[in-house]
Design a protein around this ligand. Structure first.
Ligand SMILES: [Zn+2]
Length: 359
């Protein structure tokens, strides 16, 4: 079984690399997350109901007032249109009455955008796999504030159009097509996460009997990426700002490693994490922490060892005291501080020490 899943891992982890893209800077300044935050501010009396629905100085002022009111928000990175989702979420967690403004409370948790090329049975299989992933993370007490759009099709042209139409960040047509081609072309099943969206592509000849395993794994993996985004903020990151990416998102091996650890745990809840560790160790003749440290930026995925390194690192971190919850602690801290300090506080050792013992 492990061997079987292991062969799936390569294609899975290669295809759903978190997207360091979505170039253009602007997110609609009145996105559902900003709206949620403003409604919460009005509810708390920190904003006038007549205030502009656009994000602006009045939003920053309200955030300051909230930080003073709720200890739990302490240290949260300054609010922006990108991380308004994290503020909206944490406010709801701090005060139950503010949860009512979450987009997932005022609207659906998942919005399915299915191609007509998928029959109703296939659509049900996808919904079931999404709920499988959702239920797994719910067992870890994860609550999402933002609605996730689930876009699925076997038509790449249609997927590109849906990506453009549903993205919170503007994407050019050429960019959308290139992303879809990279993630989907030539695969039986492909998929990726973009802010607020999970995009799934099926080859017309996809064997739907595999969905019980590989669709569930894929969606648990992508859900992990979406949770990281909602906990820390949606961000359009261009290739040019790699340091910003690192500071706010963390190293790519960890983004992928956490998602891989979660996908295995969701599918095989009773397999001890050490079993996975020995499988990954036996597959590659020797790992080096020095190399892991270099698998940091978005170009890391071009290294053929990247999936194995990310998977081993993720499982090693999941084998520490807090188990898979360690990643959730890490993301919560990452919403507040740089990744090194979040890592050290969440996992109880510094990245340098982890690289040192990684082998
Ligand atoms: Zn991924």
């Amino acid at each position: 079984m492990l061997r079987y899943l292991r062969t799936h891992l390569n294609f899975l982890s290669l295809l759903c690399i978190v997207l360091a893209f979505l170039g253009q800077k602007s997110v609609a300044s009145n996105s559902p997350a900003v709206e949620c935050f403003h409604d919460q501010a009005v509810q708390l009396g920190l904003m006038k109901p007549s205030a502009s629905i656009e994000f602006g100085p009045h939003s920053l002022e309200a955030a300051q007032g909230m930080s003073l009111r709720f200890d739990q928000l302490k240290g949260l990175r300054q609010i922006s249109t990108d991380n308004a989702i994290a503020w909206c979420r944490e406010l709801g967690l701090a005060d139950e009455t503010l949860k009512a403004f979450w987009p997932t409370k005022t609207g659906p948790k998942f919005e399915y955008i299915f191609s007509r090329s998928l029959n109703s049975g296939q659509q049900l299989v996808i919904q079931n796999a999404i709920l499988f992933a959702f239920t797994y993370f719910k067992s870890l007490d994860v609550e999402l504030a933002g609605t996730v759009k689930v876009i699925a099709s076997s038509d790449l042209e249609e997927l590109s159009q849906n990506l453009i139409d549903n993205s919170q960040y503007s994407i050019s047509r050429a960019k959308a097509i290139s992303i879809i081609n990279r993630q989907c072309r030539g695969r039986g099943l492909g998929g990726f996460n973009a802010p607020g969206m999970i995009i799934i592509c099926f080859n017309p000849r996809y064997n739907w009997r595999q969905a019980q395993v590989n669709l569930r794994m894929l969606l648990a993996h992508e859900m992990s990426h979406e949770i990281q985004r909602q906990m820390t903020g949606y961000r359009p990151i261009g290739i040019e700002s790699q340091d910003e990416f690192l500071d706010e998102v963390g190293p790519l091996w960890l983004v992928e490693g956490s998602a891989i650890a979660f996908q295995f745990k969701a599918l095989l809840p009773y397999v001890d994490v050490n079993e996975h560790i020995s499988v990954f160790r036996s597959d590659v003749g020797g790992y080096s922490g020095e190399k892991l440290a270099q698998l940091t930026y978005s170009d890391a995925t071009s290294d053929r060892d990247f999936p194995n390194y990310a998977a081993l690192a993720g499982h090693l971190l999941a084998s520490r005291a807090d188990g898979h919850r360690g990643f959730l602690n890490y993301w919560k801290l990452l919403a507040r501080e740089d990744w090194q300090s979040a890592f050290t506080n969440a996992f109880g050792l510094s990245p340098a020490a982890f690289y040192q013992e990684f082998q």
